[in-house]
Design a protein around this ligand. Structure first.
Ligand SMILES: Cc1cc2nc3c(=O)[nH]c(=O)nc-3n(C[C@H](O)[C@H](O)[C@H](O)COP(=O)(O)O)c2cc1C
Length: 341
């Protein structure tokens, strides 16, 4: 079924196809047509960051930026869904076209630029949701906020979503917001995360609930940079790390249609790279923080390999676009099978 739908959708431009697919999913949910066609959510609970995830497979950030499709996405069987990236104020993102499929490499290049409807809208959407999957909310900064003042945007975000999220992600690894990735290094990272940890402690007190704070990182870091990042995350006692966002390395798509487009590359070309980053981070973190592995997961084997590399959970994005919803249960079952051995 999905391969037929995919054939039709792939005749449209990248962004239009995503929008139509999500709207069709909502329509199918309204007509109660999802459950008969999709495998039941695998119940294989995993405890990570003090939370019980129904299974180990999540939807990565960026597909449902505004939490507009939660009810229908929840019916596909994910163990967790990450919405966002959301910025304090609404913003249009980059001019279209800004999303390009490269089917020869099962890849996508995107330069969306945090197009989103802002915090008020997202909070409105999530506050009355009743999902079975856990909910992650991914925070970013507005384009017009100078990088030196980025911490204020993340603090506003954390405050607004704290009560509605199962975990909150600090996204400092999108390549499409100028200067954002600089926050991953040295003092800039500490200056960002320290106040966020303090705010988290205050909010935990206020709401009588500890909501884990995780950092999402880029795959384009060398070993020294990763070591330094891991040391800071351990020192400041972050709750987890998501590895990885998209890459700026386009060598895998060189010469292909859209291969020269500006933006971040995701999908197949990222499988090895993200897995290696997960392995190196797992070494450097020595079990202090759990890792959510994402990037180029297209099969049960990819998911198992990511867990073997040191991830506790995985997320899907591009693999989900190319393979469809059956990938969720395939990965969840394979990971659950590992835990039994
Ligand atoms: C079109 C598109 C939009 C994305 N938007 C976001 C985003 O808003 N925030 C974020 O943290 N990651 C975003 N990502 C990155 C994904 O969450 C994921 O980390 C990355 O694509 C690697 O996984 P994949 O190879 O399975 O796609 C986006 C990816 C794509 C393809």
């Amino acid at each position: 079924m999905y391969s037929l739908a995919r054939k039709l959708l792939f005749t449209l431009s990248g962004e239009a196809a995503h929008q139509i697919a999500l709207e069709s999913l909502d329509a199918a949910a309204r007509l109660r047509l999802i459950k008969p066609f999709v495998a039941k959510r695998l119940q294989a609970p995993v405890k990570v960051m003090g939370l019980e995830f129904p299974n180990a497979v999540g939807l990565a950030a960026g597909l449902d930026k505004n939490a507009d499709h939660l009810n229908s996405l929840d019916q596909l069987g994910f163990g967790f869904i990450e919405v966002g990236t959301v910025t304090p104020r609404p913003q249009p993102g980059n001019p279209k076209p800004r999303l390009f499929r490269i089917p020869e490499q099962e890849a996508i290049i995107n330069r969306m630029g945090f197009n989103n409807k802002g915090l008020d809208h997202l909070v409105n959407q999530v506050q009355n949701q009743s999902m079975n999957a856990l909910l992650g909310i991914n925070l970013g900064k507005n384009l017009t906020t100078p990088v030196e003042e980025a911490v204020n945007d993340y603090l506003v975000g954390l405050e607004a979503v704290y009560n509605f999220a199962d975990y909150v992600t600090v996204n400092i690894s999108s390549p499409n917001t100028p200067g954002l990735r600089n926050l991953q290094y040295g003092e800039a990272l500490k200056d960002l995360l320290q106040p966020l940890k303090e705010a988290q402690a205050r909010l935990a007190d206020q709401h009588q609930r500890h909501v884990p704070l995780v950092v999402k990182v880029a795959p384009d870091m060398d070993e020294d940079e990763l070591q330094s990042l891991a040391a800071t995350l351990r020192q400041l006692k972050l709750d987890g790390v998501i590895a990885t966002n998209t890459t700026l390395d386009k060598s895998a798509v060189e010469g292909l249609r859209y291969g020269e487009e500006a933006g971040g590359l995701s999908g197949r070309p990222l499988t090895e790279k993200s897995c290696e980053i997960t392995r190196q981070l797992a070494d450097a973190l020595e079990g202090d923080l759990p890792i959510i592995g994402v990037g180029g997961i297209f099969s049960a084997e990819d998911a198992v390999e990511r867990i073997e590399a040191g991830a506790s959970l995985v997320q899907l994005y591009t693999g989900f676009i190319y393979r469809g919803p059956s990938l969720i249960s395939e990965c969840a079952e394979a990971i659950a099978g590992m835990n039994k051995n």
